[in-house]
Structure formats: C-alpha cells, structure tokens
Design a protein around this ligand. Structure first.
Ligand code: NAP
Length: 512
C-alpha cells in the first residue's frame, strides 16, 4: 500500500476521492473481500467538506452477519488451539506494519473523521501501543497456581477464550477503539466480527487489511459494514456470538444490554461521559487553562473523556474565565491537515444540529455565553462549531448534566473544595475527572472521593495510556474495563483446574 508523499507540514488541499487510490471498499468475511449480499452501499464523507467522498462501503445486512459469524465459528476451532505466543507473533507483525504506515493512516483519519493531524497521529499511536501490548500478553496470559487444601492435589486456573465475539465501535477513535477490542480478543484466542461506526469505515478497513498482511488466518477477523439496525442488531441476536463488546452512547448501550439479555451473552459496555476539571484556589492557573483547552476542545470535544464541565473555585473564577476567553479566541478552526488548525469539524450534520441545540438550551437556562456559540462557516464548508464557553452554569442545568459531544464547556463556580467534589459527582456518568491543586491533601482526597473510573491530578481529563484499565463508573459502563490487563477479563473466562495424583478419593472440605 503506497504511503502518501504529502508533506505533513504543508497545507492540505482537499482532493477528489482518489486519495488512497481506492474508492470501493468491501466487507471482509472468511478471508475474502466481498460486497454486501444485497449489493447496497453507503458513502463515507469528509466532515470538513462533505462534497469530498472518501469511499463507497457495503451496506450489509443480516445475511452478511450470518456469513461472518459462520466464518468466525469455523476459524475458532483452529485459532483457539493456536498457542498464544504464536498469535502474539502475528500481532507483533501488525504493529510493525502500523508503525510503517502511521503517517498515511493519520492523514486518512483526519480526512475521514476530522480530528486534527497531531491527534490523528496519536490515535494511530494508540493502536500501535495496544497492538504491542496485547502481543506481549501472548507470553503472559497469567493464571494462578495455588496450594490445594489436600495432599497430592494440584490446583490452578487458566484463561479460556469465549468463542465468536461481536465488536461494535464508535467513530470518535476510528482505529484506536477497534484495536482496543480486536487485539485483546485475538490474543485470548477468540475470533471476531467487527461492526465499525458508519461515519468512519475506512480506518477499520485499514486495520483489518493490516492484520491480513500480518498473517491473520482466514475467518479469525471479519469486518461487516452497515447500520446499527441492519448489522448491529443481528449480531447481538446471533446465537453463536458469545460476547458483545460495545463502545458508544449510553442510549445505544442500554439497547445492547437489553438485546443481549435473552441469549445470556456477555456484554461489555463503554458509554457516555460528562467529565469535569476542578480548579482549586491554589492551582497553577495557566497550567489549568492549558488543560481545559486541551480537555474541552481537543477532538472538537468529541471524546468520551472531554472536559465539558469546569468546576472552579470562586476565588479564581474571574481569572480563569478571562484567561479562557482570551485563549479560546486564539484557537484556529479548520481542516485538520492544515498545521496551524487546532480545532477540526464535528462528525456530521446531525451532530452539528444537536450541539447548536444544546447551545440554545444553555442560553435559555440562563447560562452566560462568553465565547463561540455558533456554526463557523468561515472555517470551511463542513460541520464546524465555534469553541464555546458558558459561564455561571449551575450544576443542575442540562448543559451541565447531559453529554453534548461537541466543543462546548461550562464554567461552574463553587465555594470550596467540598462543594467542588459534590458537583463533580452530581452526575449520572463517571468516566474521567481532573483536579488542579498544589495541596496534596486535597489531591488525595479527590482521588479517593471522585466517582470516576479515571482521575487525574494537574493534568486534563484526556490522556489515558493503554496499559491501565479504561472505563467508567455509574452509567458510563457496566463494570468492565477496556485496555490494561482488565481487557483480558472481558475477552476470556476462567477455568479452575484440579489434578489429583493421590490415587485415592479425596474429598475437599471434608477430608482435611
Ligand atoms: P453510538 O451512536 O452509540 O454508536 C456506536 C456504535 O453502535 C456504532 O457502530 C453504531 O452504528 C452502533 N449502533 C447504533 N445503533 C445500534 C443498535 N441498535 N444496535 C447495535 N449497534 C448500534 O455512538 P457514537 O455516536 O458512534 O459515539 C459517540 C458516543 O460514544 C459518545 O456517547 C461517547 O461518549 C461514547 N464513547 C465512549 C467511550 C468510552 O470508552 N466510554 C469511548 C468513545 C466514545 P452506526 O454508526 O451505524 O449508527
């Protein structure tokens, strides 16, 4: 696959959809690239310029899902018996190809998803990190050996794969999130059917293409494009699928939970967030403002960990407000391949409308609009929303409670540290929270009391690394964690094994 020769520092001119030399993409089922059985297709568009068609993808349906699950089921019988270190070798090769193609993949991601190039490189780097991390687990996958309570009896536990797993992913990390699921699933010995988000199919194509090049056997990874209704629903209903690993909105996650209940599928859910940065009166304010800008407006606020609430001590409220307004005014919006652009478009027109509606809701609720608040048509023909700051927000307002998923954040003034923690926790979600303070007692109290799966001190709400658990409390998740060694718990189950070499009947709990 030819890497783009474009200079990453040069402004990028939007070109017709010949960027990758390939415009027609196919499902990947049983090691074959195939169209949807119905022949239907859909287009993937550049959110910075929707007239730029990135590619045409199959709009699959239940028949395609059935074929993919059948291929995965057949492949499972061989893959589960492939030693985990050998599975790891394939992933190591994939990691190497990802390194070689990083720049090309990042540029394609900016074009398809909209995040600025530096962030797209970070997304691809996360795939590389996860791929090597999971590959290394091929030589660990630790179980336990414990002493038996009886003589001449051996007791241990091992991880067993689950079988065929269904992976449903969102568009905001078009490659990183599929990799968070695929790589641990594969190293544990499962075979996979991936249904990527319809807004970002290209990067899942690239990931599967790279796994194929690395030598993944036919049928071990299957890729089926199409809508939640036509592909997601049949995948969740399929009797041969043992687990659905889902990342997306809380509303769809609830539906996933319900749909999987009748067949007792395992369900791992990573869902929405409404994350807060707490700024205390002793904080380094310039550092905190840097954190808010990155946390709130990075990826145009379209991260599950985006900082959409800034809970600020009243003693520093005015200073933080003024610094933020000044710095927001300096953020350049536009096409993310241009090196001076800091904020890209939002993903699609529906998202643009939803964000603008929330801005109107904030104004109607009595919040003070300090910056932004509108669509930005100067930035380009796509879906651009100005970075938006509300002040004097009360923690009960909808803009402080509901996930907006756009470049909008809300200053919530509080009287003291105790109130800051209460406001931070007064929310249905529990994904990521940050506190800026120099007071070690406050920092550790916050780390103890915040109801949040990720907590940061003197760093923004975004910045997770692949080797620690990733996920949220309360309505953000259902108790599982992606990434880290905990991702192995999602994609395997425990077998406890006893070997009695006493040559006589020994009865646990009775004979010792
Ligand atoms: P979404 O609308 O919930 O979609 C997520 C995935 O579910 C997509 O592949 C979507 O397919 C599919 N889907 C939709 N309806 C379905 C159904 N009835 N059955 C099965 N699958 C269905 O979320 P999104 O807009 O892509 O992503 C944004 C959300 O993801 C935000 O809420 C964000 O907080 C959350 N998120 C959470 C994390 C985390 O780790 N906690 C990380 C990233 C994002 P289509 O694309 O075809 O509709």
């Amino acid at each position: 696959m030819a890497a783009t020769q474009a200079n990453p520092q040069a402004p990028f001119e939007i070109k017709p959809s010949t960027f990758s030399g390939q415009t027609q993409f196919l499902n990947y089922i049983g090691g074959q690239w195939v169209p949807a059985k119905s022949g239907k297709t859909f287009q993937s568009l550049n959110p910075a310029d929707p007239s730029d068609v990135i590619g045409v993808f199959p709009a699959a349906g239940p028949d395609d899902v059935n074929a993919a699950v059948a291929a995965a089921k057949t492949a499972y019988e061989t893959w589960r018996l492939t030693p985990a270190p050998v599975r790891g070798e394939i992933l190591f090769r994939a990691g190497q190809i990802l390194i070689e193609r990083k720049e090309e993949l990042a540029r394609e991601m900016t074009r398809e998803m909209g995040k600025v190039l530096a962030e797209a490189r970070g997304d691809v780097q996360e795939v590389i990190d996860m791929t090597f991390y999971a590959a290394g687990e091929g030589r660990r996958l630790f179980g336990q050996t414990v002493p038996s309570e009886l003589q001449n009896k051996f007791a241990m536990s091992v991880r067993a794969p689950l079988g065929v797993v269904g992976l449903i992913t969102p568009w905001n990390f078009p490659m990183a999130i599929p990799s968070w699921k695929l790589m641990p699933a594969l190293i544990c010995g499962n075979t996979c059917v991936l249904k990527p988000a319809s807004d970002t199919p290209l990067l899942s194509h690239r990931l599967v293409e790279i796994l194929e090049e690395a030598g993944i056997p036919k049928g071990v990874v299957n890729l089926v494009y199409g809508s939640g209704r036509e592909v997601g629903e049949p995948l969740m209903a399929h009797k041969d699928v043992t687990l659905i690993s889902f990342t997306g909105s809380t509303d769809v996650g609830r539906r996933v939970n319900e749909a999987c209940a009748p067949t007792f599928k395992r369900v791992s859910l990573e869902m929405g967030g409404k994350n807060a940065i707490l700024i205390m009166d002793d904080a380094n304010l310039d550092l905190a403002v840097d954190g808010v800008l990155w946390g709130a407006f990075g990826t145009s606020g379209q991260r599950c960990t985006a900082a959409s609430r800034v809970i600020v001590h009243k003693a520093v409220h005015a200073q933080v407000r003024d610094k933020l307004v000044k710095r927001i005014g300096e953020l350049k919006l536009g096409y993310g391949l241009n090196p001076d652009v800091k904020v890209g478009p939002v993903i699609n027109e529906a998202s643009l409308k939803k964000i603008l509606e929330y801005i109107e809701i904030g104004k109607a609720e009595g919040a003070t609009l300090l910056a932004g608040g509108q669509r930005d048509t100067q930035a380009g023909p796509g879906w651009f929303v100005q970075p938006t700051l509300f002040d004097n927000v009360k923690s009960t307002m909808r803009v402080a409670q509901e996930e907006i998923f756009g470049p909008v954040t809300a200053l919530i003034p509080v009287n003291d540290f105790k109130e800051a923690i209460e406001v931070a926790n007064n929310i249905q979600f529990g994904l990521s929270t940050a506190i800026y303070t120099k007071n070690v007692n406050q920092a550790f109290t916050a780390l103890r009391d915040l109801e949040s799966g990720l907590c940061y001190v003197n760093a923004p709400t975004i910045g997770a690394e692949v080797h620690l658990p990733f996920g949220g409390m309360k309505d953000t998740g259902n108790g599982h964690r992606d990434a880290g060694s905990t991702s192995l718990d999602v994609f395997s189950e425990w077998k406890s094994l006893y070997v009695d070499y006493s040559d006589k009947l020994q009865r646990a709990q009775i004979d010792h």
